[in-house]
Design a protein around this ligand. Structure first.
Ligand SMILES: [Ca+2]
Ligand SMILES: [Ca+2]
Length: 203
């Protein structure tokens, strides 16, 4: 008897698992939007730099019929247009992305215990996600190692870039002599600038 009872309990538990399974949507119904995620929750940009904010929908199938609104609490620090952030002035801004699901999406609950379909629930959901953007001052022209001053170390950095571009990435255009290429001549030009800035201007 005890055995039979525990068997019944097991069967009931299994049924319970199936009943608590995620809702199944009929083909012509749109699932509700549960949440959105952004590719950045924190971002650091230099003045004049841009970055893309992309949205991931959960569930993915709920992406249809969603309207995105970008709310920017510091329009003096950054601008946001169609998900593209442009840094204007140093400071910190918070971008809130609101995703509103158009009315008309429906959620179909699982059938009841008797296998009967339950009424379809119309869905009009709004979810949001945030990204904090810190804007730093623009790079100083010629300051390739980003320490705030132009010295021979920047010329060395630029020279190293010509050998190992992946290990010494450039934070700004490196063609200082304007011949269309970044070569050791640009590193020499930068070094000359540290001695004779008027004769070897960089801009
Ligand atoms: Ca420097
Ligand atoms: Ca050059």
């Amino acid at each position: 008897m005890k055995k039979a009872l525990s068997l019944i309990i097991s069967i009931v538990s299994v049924i319970g698992i199936f009943q608590s399974a995620p809702a199944v949507f009929a083909q012509d119904e749109i699932p509700a939007l549960k949440k959105i995620e952004l590719n950045h929750t924190q971002l650091t940009l230099r003045v004049a730099q841009t970055a893309d904010l992309t949205v991931t929908y959960n569930p993915e199938a709920a992406a249809d019929g969603v309207t995105l609104t970008y709310i920017n609490n510091r329009p003096d620090v950054v601008t946001v247009e169609d998900g593209v952030i442009t840094a204007l002035t140093p400071g910190t801004a918070t971008i809130t992305v609101k995703a509103k699901k158009k009315p008309g999406g429906n959620s179909s609950p699982p059938p009841d215990e008797g296998g009967n379909s339950l009424p379809i629930i119309p869905i009009s959901s709004t979810v949001s996600a945030k990204c904090t953007v810190t804007v730093l001052p623009a790079y100083i022209t010629g300051d390739f190692d980003d320490d705030g001053t132009i010295t021979d170390a920047d010329a060395v950095y630029l020279l190293m870039n010509t050998f190992f571009p992946e290990d010494y990435p450039l934070n700004q255009p490196g063609d200082l002599d304007g011949d269309g290429f970044v070569t050791d001549a640009d590193a020499v030009y930068l070094l000359m600038n540290t001695f004779f800035p008027e004769d070897y201007p960089i801009n």
